[in-house]
Design a protein. Structure first.
Length: 288
């Protein structure tokens, strides 16, 4: 396949959801060739927006290293959904190319049926014993370099959920104060077996950007963020953004791509091809 033009790359990077619709119309060999020819930071988000069974078809044609490059550059929950429908032997080979922490997190999510809290929860959220200090928890959160965590959770001797502490409360607390003394006991945990649809209207989301997820006997397993739930539900239902001006431009571009004989080589023939790029960042780690 010829090297994709700058305009083509800009389109895929700026509107990955619309590029996904184009990719779905191609045969798997052509998609695999195109994905191999462009940066994974551009291809990953588009692959994440494809119908999962279609994306899985071409993932299986890529080498494990190439497929891992896509996985690490797409949204985590899109990656889990894609790997859920990927052939087991290929999935294991791809996971082997990822960092141990990311691979273990994905494996934990894959143990649950799609559309359940367990499949969407984050098992790596900060969990501490009740006698841990605010100082210890705050130091851990700072070293973790994640900005999407609103709480740390407390676990008792039998692994059961014993409360949550807001990050802001950690900052205000005296350094040696134990977490149990500043914990919020009102937060209602979510069952790992609950369906996502059944919890979307919970009033607790108004007060807690992240809620604890528990198994049998209230055993604390991880957390589920409001943003992750919203992202997952938005993927299942159309939104008003489809009618916004920028989306209409993207739709027109998609139609034009479909009308071209060479869907991804056409832009080199157009005058004034744009070099504008919208930045996207890798969100996952690779094995070193």
């Amino acid at each position: 396949m010829a090297k994709p033009s700058e305009l083509t790359l800009s389109f895929v990077q700026r509107w990955p959801q619309h590029a996904a619709r184009v990719l779905e119309e191609l045969n798997s060999d052509d998609v695999a060739a195109f994905v191999s020819a462009i940066p994974k930071r551009v291809a990953g988000p588009a692959a994440g927006h494809m119908l999962r069974w279609r994306a899985a078809k071409y993932i299986e044609l890529l080498s494990p290293d190439q497929a891992a490059g896509l996985i690490e550059n797409m949204d985590y929950y899109d990656a889990v959904g894609l790997l859920q429908v990927t052939a087991r032997n290929k999935r294991d080979a791809v996971l082997a190319e990822l960092s141990r922490s990311l691979a273990n997190r994905i494996r934990a999510s894959l143990r649950y049926p799609e559309g359940t809290v367990g499949a969407l929860m984050d098992p790596s959220v900060p969990i501490f014993a009740q006698d841990a200090t605010a100082d210890q928890a705050l130091r851990y959160v700072k070293e973790w370099h994640r900005t999407d965590i609103s709480h740390v959770f407390l676990r008792g001797g039998q692994g059961s959920f014993h409360g949550a502490v807001r990050i802001a409360a950690l900052v205000r607390a005296a350094g040696k104060a134990d977490l149990a003394s500043i914990a919020d006991r009102k937060v209602v945990p979510i069952s790992n077996r609950a369906t996502l649809v059944s919890i979307t209207q919970d009033s607790e989301w108004d007060d807690y950007p992240m809620r604890p997820v528990v198994g049998t006997k209230r055993r604390l397993l991880g957390g589920l963020s409001r943003s992750a739930l919203r992202h997952s539900m938005n993927r299942l239902a159309p939104t008003r953004t489809q009618l916004e001006p920028t989306a209409l431009v993207a739709n027109a571009m998609t139609v034009y791509l479909h009308s071209c004989r060479n869907l991804f080589g056409f832009a080199a023939q157009l005058p004034g091809a744009s070099n504008a790029r919208a930045g996207t960042g890798a969100v996952h780690g690779r094995k070193r």
